[in-house]
Every structure is written in structure tokens, then in C-alpha cells.
Design a protein around this ligand. Structure first.
Ligand SMILES: [Ca+2]
Ligand SMILES: [Ca+2]
Length: 135
């Protein structure tokens, strides 16, 4: 199967995450790109055609290297987790209609990670944490 380009606008896409954001049974895609400090969503129409990027957040980010999801408020829609470099972990409520709420702070105590280990290892640690919260 030839490759299908979802977007060419995620500059420096560091993390890509597939999950069903709108509960239509088709896997959608989230991208975290460090070149343009952006989190974007792309919804899948079920025939592997993806929407144009829907920017979840951009202006406030620095080096968004990890994105992942879990249903934080148990409403049936996968919410999004994101570490805010250098020290915050936030989540965005998924409204289920291709929009997300403003970020809600989970903790601002991540600085200990960043001060003692390089950013790349912080991102790897966050990625592992993202995997762990799925289970
Ligand atoms: Ca979907
Ligand atoms: Ca939810």
C-alpha cells in the first residue's frame, strides 16, 4: 500500500499518537511537533482519509515532544495528556466534537525531571509514563 500523507504541516513531528477521538470507530491521529510547537488532530473519515489539521494548541508550547491520551473524566471520549516543558503536566478535555478544552494542570512538579536529566530523556520518561497510564 503506498504511503498516504496526512500532513506536511507538522514541522519536526516528534510524537504521533493514534486513537479514536470522536468515537466513530475509526482511529484518528494526534501529532506533537517540536519545529512549530504545535499539537494537532486529524480525524479519519473511515476510508483512511484524514481531515486538515485541527490545531489543539500552539502558542503556549515549548518543545512538545510527547502527546498521549486516556479518558480522564470517564465520559467515553479520550482526553489528551501533554507535558509542558519544562515543568508542567496538563490534560485537555476532549469534547467529542473535534474540539478540546483549555489545558487543566495536573502537576507543576516535573522540574525535577528536567533539571537532572537532558530533555531527550525527559521526553522518553514522559513517553513511558504515557504508555503506563494506558493500563
Ligand atoms: Ca474517529
Ligand atoms: Ca474524557
Amino acid at each position: 500500500m503506498p504511503q498516504q500523507i496526512i500532513t506536511t504541516n507538522a514541522i519536526g513531528a516528534w510524537s504521533v499518537y493514534a486513537t479514536d477521538l470522536n468515537n466513530d470507530g475509526d482511529a484518528d491521529v494526534l501529532s506533537a511537533s517540536v519545529g512549530d510547537n504545535k499539537i494537532a488532530a486529524y480525524t479519519n473519515d473511515g476510508a483512511a482519509n484524514f481531515s486538515d489539521e485541527q490545531i489543539v494548541i500552539q502558542a503556549l508550547l515549548t518543545f512538545p515532544g510527547v502527546v498521549c491520551t486516556a479518558d480522564v473524566d470517564n465520559d467515553g471520549f479520550m482526553d489528551m495528556f501533554l507535558p509542558f516543558y519544562p515543568n508542567k503536566l496538563v490534560w485537555f478535555k476532549n469534547n467529542g466534537d473535534d474540539t478540546f478544552n483549555e489545558p487543566s494542570l495536573i502537576t507543576n512538579k516535573l522540574a525535577v525531571l528536567v533539571w537532572f536529566i537532558p530533555p531527550i530523556w525527559t521526553m522518553i520518561a514522559m513517553q513511558m509514563w504515557c504508555i503506563l497510564i494506558q493500563y
